[in-house]
Design a protein around this ligand. Sequence first.
Ligand SMILES: Nc1nc2c(ncn2[C@@H]2O[C@H](COP(=O)(O)OP(=O)(O)OP(=O)(O)O)[C@@H](O)[C@H]2O)c(=O)[nH]1
Ligand SMILES: [Mg+2]
Length: 616
Amino acid sequence: MIIGTAGHIDHGKTALVRALTGVDTDRLPEEKRRGITIDLGFAPLDLPDVGVAVVVDVPGHEAFVRTMLAGATGIDLALLVIAADEGVMPQTREHVAILGLLGIGGGVVALTKADLVEDDWLDLVRLDVAELLAGTAMADAPMVATSVVTGAGLSELRAALAAAAAPLSPRQDHDLFRMPIDRVFTVRGTGTVVTGTVWSGSVGRDEVVRVMPDDRSVRVRGLQAHGAAIDHAKPGTRLAVALAGIDHDALTRGAVLVSEGGWHPSRVVRADVTLLGNATAALSPRAAVRFHLGTTEVGARVVTPGGPLGPGETKPGRLVLDAPVVARAGDRFVLRGGSPMATLGGGVVVDPVPAHRRARPWVAPHDSLDARLSLALREAGGEGLGIADLPVRLGASPSDVAVCLDRHPADMLRIGGRIFARPYRDELISAVIEAVEEHHRRNPLDAGVLLQTVRGRLVGRPELLDDAVRTAASTGQVETIESGLVRRAGWKPTLSNDQTDLKARLADAIRTAGAEPPSLVELSSTHGPSVVPIMRMLEREGTVVQVESDRYYDAGALAALVDRLRNGMVAGREYTPSELRDVIGLSRKYLIPFLEYCDRRDITERRSAGRVLHGR
Ligand SMILES: Nc1nc2c(ncn2[C@@H]2O[C@H](COP(=O)(O)OP(=O)(O)OP(=O)(O)O)[C@@H](O)[C@H]2O)c(=O)[nH]1
Ligand SMILES: [Mg+2]
């Protein structure tokens, strides 16, 4: 259980945490000197019947709201601190807005410094606070007047926190591990240590995790919670992680530890974006804002369809980020900007790694997993979706994703580790048949079309295209034949009478030419343009053999040449081309292509000084 303080500067957050826990969270010399909180502080708090919670003490200074954000992210409950003598102040409002944007479900209000005010003043402050919180998740939060000077209200506050914490259900630990890093330091003898709150999943000692957004693997050397070494950490734990294989300089607040696989840094995320009602101007894509997610902060622009986002409005939009960020669907974020810097709004991530940069049909974060999956699948088209990526893409646990996938056998197709929209695959099948038919129309003498050519006409991953061809074949619409050709089932090239004549003449011409047959160009100039497909046909029938791209040999003549070569060469001896010319008596123009053919067929083998018979 993580409890986060919130509230205006000097309202007594740190003093209250110390009174409750005995821990002074203002550790830095500068904090001591200035009497304000600058960085996050953490203290264990024993709650009756609940157990030990961790209190995150945040700074109230307006210059450190980004630090407050890094502390408030991932908390379960808020401890909103408002000094009774000053009442609601600017950062009281800003922190309350931030808690709302982060979706923090509830908490307790402490009206501190109660020793400084009269009771009727305190009643007025209560009314102000109630007005501030009306309509927020903290509208019903109990308000407890406290004083660290007299000790008044402290046990009541502890009880109120315990009562607020009791109904919260523990976070699901069968989920992907993620921990935004809020501190990095080195410990002598241990090396690099990072701390953070485990958002989801669990992690164990000696496991390998990934550091994002750098996307590199590191090993967990050790884990500590509440100052004691542990083997395994559950979600919601304040955790210190010792990492092997990474220098502390390579890490800062804002980096994230995640489980291996499924997480991808992205510079564009789709989200439902809200501009706060008290914003002074609409938010246009030209406005540079700061995007805060987890402990990460990057520059961003917000693009919403139909013009800028007006105060109080929520719209689907795209966030274009200055640096890659690792997000998950359902993540809450906050936007700050303007001058002076203020909290402008925030929202919920809908798709952390959109397939398209452009606006597309929308699913809301609260839409069902099925709806989100089918949209993602439709958008993914021929690329499909990696199953391992879905828990992050869709913001659901791996087991919920698995159950969802099993519900949709009719509209999705699973090939290896990916899923594809079945209607898209069915369109591909039609495209395969169309490509084959068109090839037959244009090339009636061809036995079929090369599989590669068909693939080149379609858009999608190779495994999907192969599946489309296989399915078209299994339903008997097309068939694949040897040498990588696809044809309409039962297709036979048909020859006209003239073409039958031509075929006989060509076979004859090649046979009579023997060891030095004419090229295709020469044949075409005497016999016309149909020579090429008919030669291919003769080749398929075994009458001729292609020796170079432009020349076919009579199969018998070629076999005789090969025999002559084999018989004329002494095994193991290397022959130069001119020696081989003497062996088989071909002119140079025919000799070299013929020898290269022999090399390809493993009849001969080329060495630096010449050729030898292969394998001798
Ligand atoms: N009289 C009185 N003074 C208090 C009480 N609580 C805090 N203070 C004083 O108020 C001042 C500010 O207290 P902090 O706890 O540092 O305030 P904070 O909210 O942590 O301030 P930041 O972290 O800088 O935002 C200190 O001088 C405290 O001694 C209280 O209950 N009664
Ligand atoms: Mg403080």
